[in-house]
Design a protein around this ligand. Structure first.
Ligand code: TYM
Length: 331
């Protein structure tokens, strides 16, 4: 088994988008051959906002199916559901006592969420990065593959680990964020100044993994562009086109120069459907395989049970070490 460990997760707060796929899952699939990986459905992170319980339940299983359908092999990786491994919550409490109010206050996502959810500004929204630090540190992770928006949280996990190690010696490995070179921030198709998000109120801005080919084509045809008429990578002057180029590059593997040459003199009427086609062909097998997997719940249950068992073994080793270091009496 490879000796470097990877941990990452996605919270089931919305149906997975092309942003989740390009910014996270696609890279996880590439990393699974070279690292010892844990890929989690972080359902405990999802409850900082109010969910319909039935929807959360459905999304959690759908997300598991989508991980596997995207190519994550549950034998090679540990694929599981966060709430099945109670050690996450226990370590989160402990690390909370080594996290400072000031540093949590500085988290950009906390500031955004406080604005968006001022009607339900619960303590979970504030301590959320501590739970994320626990997720990562519990498994002595070396690398955490995430999109750009999660980099600050991974850095915080590292800072908490440094602080804890400073008191008790080398308990935690120091994790590093692992950000893709292209596709770390896929933007909304209707508003290329903001990120494509699973919780976006405007479903036209996001492409969902489970969208039909027709819906995907329509969304790309309506994507916001500009009046310059050339396919060129320039995020300041042409944010919409640059976003479409990033998507096209991520799913075809072509460079920005190659894409510019391919669409030289062709206009957006040709470019947009070409991006849509490439995305449709990338997502089609994932959608079809997800649907197949979802039709056999017992197979999914086998995957998450086996994943939770394997994850808990590693988690318990770390927690035992932590408990002993801080002076808790062993059972
Ligand atoms: P979440 O669920 O918001 O997003 C999951 C992953 O997808 C990436 N991502 C994107 N990347 C590029 N463009 C986009 N438009 C886009 N949208 C989402 C995110 O950067 C992320 O990598 N707090 C985390 C979940 C989490 C976690 C963890 C991640 C909990 N514990 C431990 C890593 C390790 C979150 O809310 O991600």
């Amino acid at each position: 088994m490879a000796d470097k460990r990877i941990f990452s997760g996605i919270k089931p707060t919305g149906d997975l988008t092309l942003g989740s796929y390009i910014g996270a899952i696609k890279n996880w699939v590439e990393l699974q051959n070279d690292y010892d990986c844990l890929y989690c459905i972080v359902d405990m992170h999802a409850i900082t906002i109010r969910n319909d319980p039935e929807v959360l339940h459905r999304r959690t299983l759908e997300q598991l199916a989508q991980y596997i359908a995207s190519g994550l092999d549950p034998k090679k990786n540990i694929v599981y559901i966060q709430s099945h491994v109670a050690q996450h919550a226990e370590l989160s409490w402990i690390l909370g006592c080594y996290s400072m109010m000031g540093e949590l206050n500085r988290m950009t996502q906390f500031k955004d969420m406080s604005r968006k959810h001022s009607d339900n500004l619960n303590a979970g929204i504030f301590t959320y990065p501590v739970l994320m630090a626990a997720d990562i540190l519990l498994y002595q992770s070396d690398l955490v593959p995430v999109g750009e928006d999660q980099k600050q949280h991974v850095e915080l996990a590292r800072n908490i680990a440094v602080r804890f190690n400073g008191v008790y010696g080398d308990v935690f490995k120091l994790p590093e964020p692992f950000i893709p070179k292209v596709g770390a921030r896929i933007r909304s198709l209707t508003d290329p100044t903001s990120k494509m998000s699973k919780s976006d109120e405007d479903p036209q801005g996001s492409v969902y993994i489970m969208d039909s080919p027709d819906a995907i084509m329509k969304k790309f045809k309506r994507a916001k562009t500009d009046s310059l008429g050339c396919v060129r990578f320039d995020p300041d002057e042409q944010p919409g086109i640059s976003n479409l180029m990033t998507i096209y590059s991520s799913v075809t593997g072509r460079s920005f120069d190659e894409i510019t040459a391919e669409f030289e003199g062709k206009g957006y009427g040709v470019f947009k459907p070409a991006v849509a086609e490439a995305v449709i062909e990338t997502l089609r097998p994932i959608r079809e395989e997800s649907e197949r997997l979802l039709s056999d719940r017992s197979q999914l249950a086998e995957v998450y049970r086996d994943g939770a068992r394997r994850a808990a073994e590693i988690a318990e080793d770390t927690l035992n070490l932590v408990r002993g270091k801080i002076g808790f009496v062993g059972k």
